[in-house]
Write a protein that binds this ligand. Sequence first.
Ligand code: FEO
Ligand code: CA
Ligand code: CA
Ligand code: CA
Length: 584
Amino acid sequence: ATPGSGAGPLLGFKSVALSTADTVTVPEGYTVQVIAPWGDPVGMSGENAAFKDDASNSAAQQATQFGMHHDGIHYFAQEGSKVGLLAMNHEYVDHGLLFPDGAANWSLEKVRKSQAAHGVSICEVQEKSGKWEVVTPSPWARRITATTPTLVSGPAAGHALMKTAADPQGRSVLGTLNNCASGITPWGTYLTSEENFINYFSGGDTLSAHEKRWGLKKGGSGYRWHEFDARFDATKNPNEPNRFGWIVEIDPNNPSSTPVKRTAMGRGAHEGATVAVTRDNRAVVYMGEDARFEYIYKFVSRDAIKPGGAAANVTLLDHGTLYVAQFNADGKGRWIALTHGEGPLIAANGFADQGEVLIKARQASDLLGATKMDRPEWIAVDKQGWVYTTLTNNSNRGGANQPAVDAANPRANNTQGHIIRWKEDGDFSGQTFAWNHFVMAGDPSLPRAEAKGNIKGDMFSCPDGLWVDGRGVLWIQCDMSTSAMGKGDLKNFGNNMMLAADVNTGEVRRFLVGPAGCEVTGVTTTPDGKTMFVNIQHPGEPANELTDPKNPRAVSNWPEKKANGRPRSATVVIRKGDGGVVGT
Ligand code: FEO
Ligand code: CA
Ligand code: CA
Ligand code: CA
């Protein structure tokens, strides 16, 4: 039976107060345990280099340890709710924390360590007497980093725009990076997305229209990889940025498998990839692109999911139709296909073939008249078939020379963010839908009408992570930027947090507050619902910014709380003391 079904209300815990403390706060009766912090070994055989408190581990050691800045996560059961694999993303790094001397004395070794701290970790975890531990060594433990070989599949594989000197076939890319939200498939694989990939590349003095549309800048955005790794210098390798921004499929149960970039689902600053299944058993993948005024996409597979797990579905995500969303003022919306040869997506407009449509998905969506959204982040589907997307914030909305408010994005200077939801007409493959706003985030005590929100319950701002658990609870995770936190419209919220929502009543109740300077992102549970894993990202920001290595330990030394200890992103394990289902 569904855990907790028929037993009391959906939300059974006592809400947690706002907090600025450098700790993880959970409801009365719940316990918190920290596992898998940045720098601990993931458990690869013979690779047991321990974390060094001064961050002096080498690049080679980092490639065997958990990466930095944990994000999307999923528990793949092996022995039910006792033993499983955790797959998790490591979105980015702070060089001020990653090295003893920060970004000083920049070198190829530092670039390699920075690259090794990105990507995905897969580890085995097990529960013993109520405590969870990472199993070391484990045959499943592996790291996928910004230099791990990956394959390219789908219509853009082998495209002229995907070819480089190092890969003249355009079918093999080193690495995945800026892996943000995650998804899973019904056939047992993990989907990781490549979000703000363009920040890793440096462009030239003059940029093409394509480079400008994707935000390429001369000098990049602080990662400085291009100074020692010409792959990230787009003046030398102009097609290399086209090889990032994809959804990447990984089979955690097959440690020797090669990750695959699935180009049929389009290119974007992808936040995540959430899979729903149609009545005729096709896969529908929902994806947001977390950037101001970008779009919401869905991919509908051509073929039905076959029985037989990952091995039987190795090309399922290579064939299908990509759509972009248009939200109309009457509460209806439609999906517009990104199909070469249809409407404006023709050679005369710069789209030679379907591969080019997918590589230039933003330009295609511009021409198709899709709705420019307030930074669509995670997507979740509830038990009634409503599809929810967090629109985290967009302070540019309605500003001078910026897109005006619209029905779906109705607040100018949207500092607080909101959650939109829609229900497809017919099935998840539907061409049209009906939509409404699930909640507008905000603080009712603020004077500015557009910052108050309409939350039924505990206040929050900047929703980002979103996940529906086995009982149908909608979990909401917050990412107020640390540069805006504690002032202006965000002055009263304290640290970032996680809340639970009852989608039937609209009630929102605060479940967890994270440590100082962190973002709360990524959540999964064991099948019995009794153990929840939540990722705590970048505790201690902003003192650990890339550009500010002066005092990386000023704001937080979570989780170890050592004097002068570095803050470390980590996974927290949350259990109910009475052994019950989390959230009841
Ligand atoms: Fe990586 Fe959109 O947060
Ligand atoms: Ca996010
Ligand atoms: Ca965010
Ligand atoms: Ca983040």
